[in-house]
Ligand binder design. Sequence first.
Ligand SMILES: [Zn+2]
Length: 99
Amino acid sequence: MHNSGPPYDGHLAGEYDVTAHEVTCRQFVELVTDYFEGALQPRTMSQVEEHLVLCDWCVNYIEQMQATIASLRELREQRSPEPPDSVLAALRARTAAEP
Ligand SMILES: [Zn+2]
């Protein structure tokens, strides 16, 4: 169950020469909402984009987030107060066909 976590989480800082401007996956997950809302500072945004070039895990994470957001938006748009006419027509036809 530990395989689903971010591959880079800051613990690698001692092993690699991680410079202060790099964004870790953990930081990225915290920033992702602002990223989607376009609320990041331009500097932070470019750091995030740099990280995405290097990190498949976070690209995957973004794709999942985008899919979730898109399906939520779709649900909201499809919600209507009344059933569509085609459903009502089908119900009426069915009722009429019964003995
Ligand atoms: Zn990452």
